[in-house]
Design a protein around this ligand. Structure first.
Ligand code: CMC
Length: 426
């Protein structure tokens, strides 16, 4: 049964409704508080639920992650990214026929219009691929705007298919641009992850040849990143989408939010940090810096707003990292030894134990992606690719029911009202 909460505002007792969750914390419904002339204050949403959702559940204390009720470990082991995308979008696992139809429609829409691809000509080879990916996703809004009806379930699903289908092609184009090579068309005979690897690393006019181990490991990475409830980028998609803008524009906003090192950019930052540390003997120095409040340095790949236990994605990622490194003959990669020692040393330290700072998914994903031959600036692009079905599912969930424009309030601490002073008198 939901708890009962009363609040006392200057002696006036008010019963606050508590909304009951199917899993996890119940939430105090503060929507009517405005009628009492008071707002709640929660910068960074530390204890605020911004919406209700049926997509993903995280129990941060127990280290549990469920997509539509299914544990991430089972999905990572048994499913595929496109099956998980279907699950997120539709709420249920597909039948064989439903999955085939979904895969076919993704395959049919992977191609990028040749005129549109000229957008990449505006960038130079040193442009960060995330800048190109943000621009290309926002640009897609120009192709899918005329029939925009966000309340139409058919339009919603069309937008979802286009985004999931086109993001590997866009991501690969950003990579090819950065190495100054021609784009490679998607091959409908390949799986989703194979296609991405082929479009990145294949040769124009040559038959695709992609390692099954690598494509399976990459598909697993996509699954692990597919959704994570109301994280910063997903909340950005919802916030932008709440203005009823074009969904491609809302997803571009989410992509920009993902880029930061506190969020999706952490995988790139982890690798940078491991390269900087480079030797086990230097780990203590970096641990000391991470603990020093005067030093802005943080141990990248450690800590999470929600997980106060092992990030279950990190556990799957760690074992996948070993498989990839073995396949690539990189089991003795010194960076892996630095990472493993860093994890062990950090987890023995009181500072990290007290604050429940555990390795997150980004700690091992960077090492895995590096071993796969994926260049460091592409790491956050891979996260974008994986997160696409999550973003579009949350957007779809929001616009499928009545919703309000996201418009937070503030605690104003600025000047009181005062009169304008003429410039000659200041
Ligand atoms: N290294 C050193 N200290 C840390 C770290 C870290 N990585 N993370 C948190 N802390 C400390 C923090 O300084 C604070 O200490 P104190 O209580 O003494 O002030 C305490 O732990 C609580 O941290 P917080 O900053 O209040 O936690 P948050 O929920 O606001 O931030 C976070 C979460 C992920 C942004 C943060 O842990 C962080 O910056 N980690 C490194 C970046 C990273 O790996 N990000 C990827 C997150 S997982 C991928 C994703 O889902 O996006």
């Amino acid at each position: 049964m939901a708890q009962k909460v009363k609040i006392d505002i200057d002696g006036k007792l008010i019963d606050m409704p508590v909304l009951e969750a199917s899993e996890g914390f119940n939430v105090l419904d503060v929507r009517d508080l405005i009628n009492e002339g008071i707002f709640t204050y929660d910068p960074g949403f530390l204890s605020t639920a911004s919406c209700d959702s049926k997509v993903t559940f995280i129990d941060g204390d127990k280290g549990i992650l469920l997509y539509r009720g299914y544990p991430i470990e089972q999905l990572a082991e048994k499913s595929s990214h496109l099956e998980v995308s279907y699950l997120l979008l539709h709420g249920e696992l597909p039948t064989k026929t439903q999955l085939e139809t979904f895969e076919n429609s993704i395959n049919q829409h992977m191609q990028i219009d040749k005129q549109f691809a000229k957008l990449f000509d505006g960038f130079n080879e040193s442009s960060h691929p995330m800048a190109m990916v943000c621009a290309a996703i926002a640009g897609l809004a120009s192709l899918y705007h005329d029939d925009l009806d966000i309340s139409d379930p058919e339009y919603q699903m069309k937008a979802a298919i286009q985004l999931i289908a086109k993001i590997p092609t866009i991501a690969a184009m950003a990579y090819r641009k950065s190495i100054g090579k021609d784009f490679i068309d998607p091959d409908p005979e390949l799986t989703y992850a194979e296609n991405f690897l082929h479009m990145c690393f294949g040769e124009s006019g040559e038959t695709a040849s992609v390692s099954k181990t690598l494509s399976r490991a990459l598909d697993k990475i996509f699954i692990l990143h597919a959704d994570h409830e109301q994280n910063a980028s997903t909340s950005t998609v919802r916030m932008a989408g709440s203005t009823e803008c074009n969904p491609f524009a809302a997803i571009a906003a989410g992509t920009a939010a993902l880029w930061g090192p506190s969020h999706g950019g952490a995988n790139e930052a982890v690798l940078g940090m491991l390269i900087e540390i480079s030797e086990i003997s230097r780990i203590d120095e970096y641990i000391k810096r991470a603990k020093d409040k005067e030093d802005p340095f943080k141990l990248m790949g450690f800590g999470h707003r929600v997980y106060k236990n092992f990030d279950p994605r990190a556990t799957v990622m760690q074992s996948s990292a070993h498989a990839v490194l073995e396949e690539q003959g990189a089991s003795n990669d010194p960076l892996l030894s630095v990472a493993q020692s860093l994890e062990r040393i950090a987890r023995e330290q009181e500072y990290f134990v007290e604050r429940k700072l555990y390795p997150n998914i980004d700690f091992y994903s960077g090492i895995t992606l590096k071993a796969m031959g994926i260049p460091v600036p592409m790491f956050t692009v891979i996260f974008t690719l994986g997160r696409m079905p999550g973003w579009i599912t949350h957007w779809k969930e929001m616009v499928s029911s009545p919703f309000k424009i996201a418009r937070p309030r503030q605690l104003y601490l600025g000047e009181n009202s005062r009169n304008y002073i003429d410039i000659n008198k200041r």
